[in-house]
Design a protein around this ligand. Structure first.
Ligand SMILES: Cc1cc2nc3c(=O)[nH]c(=O)nc-3n(C[C@H](O)[C@H](O)[C@H](O)COP(=O)(O)O)c2cc1C
Length: 180
């Protein structure tokens, strides 16, 4: 069965990204048409990209890059969960993307964003440029969560889950349609 890897883009202490991604992962696990895996860049703790070789060569100098390559190779598609920092994506996410090349090529990618009034959409617009260069296939549908600091209740659940779940379904449907 095809595998969608859901990547948590933010890594800071006290981040919300893990909550957003875990909500999405819970929905993904209910699907019968693909398997899902949650990938946390905070756990991966990749250093700033510093390989003397271009990732396009696939000739990785460091064990952590080889391990990252192996993990990402297991994915048939990806969903990037991104916050918005100063109208852009978080550096941790760009760094994780930059470490590899062929592993991303030709694979579908979807986006979940969150932030203030713009719900992280400016970060996604920038990410669309990046994934284009990585020869990924971006899905049109997105989940965008505004005012993230008030999006989760005291019970840890998304207050607008009823509104956002159909968006997540559209995203899953869009990404799976692109998986060959
Ligand atoms: C350095 C920094 C810059 C931010 N810039 C933006 C921004 O440009 N647009 C926005 O909507 N929210 C912005 N925010 C608020 C974030 O959307 C909010 O803090 C969110 O929780 C960040 O994701 P994280 O908790 O997963 O790190 C910024 C937050 C930080 C820490």
């Amino acid at each position: 069965m095809k595998m969608i890897q859901i990547i948590i883009g933010s890594t800071r202490e006290g981040r919300v990204g893990d909550k957003v991604a875990k909500w999405l992962f819970g929905l993904a696990e209910q699907r019968k048409d693909f398997k899902a895996e949650l990938i946390d860049l905070k756990e991966w703790n990749l250093p700033f990209f510093n390989d003397p070789n271009s990732p396009g060569s696939g000739n990785y100098s460091y064990d952590y890059t080889k391990k990252w390559s192996k993990k990402i190779s297991e994915g048939d598609a990806y969903i990037l969960v991104t916050c918005e920092y100063n109208h852009g994506y978080p550096p941790s996410l760009k760094n994780a993307l930059d470490h590899l090349y062929k592993e991303w090529n030709g694979k579908p990618v979807g986006f979940v964003s969150y932030g203030g009034i713009a719900a992280g959409t400016r970060a996604v617009e920038q990410l669309r440029q990046v994934v284009q260069e990585l020869h990924m296939i971006p899905s049109h549908d997105e989940v965008n969560i505004p005012f993230i600091w008030q999006a989760f209740g005291a019970d840890g659940k998304l207050k607008d889950a009823a509104m956002l779940e159909p968006r997540a379904k559209m995203l899953f449907d869009g990404v799976t349609a692109l998986m060959k």
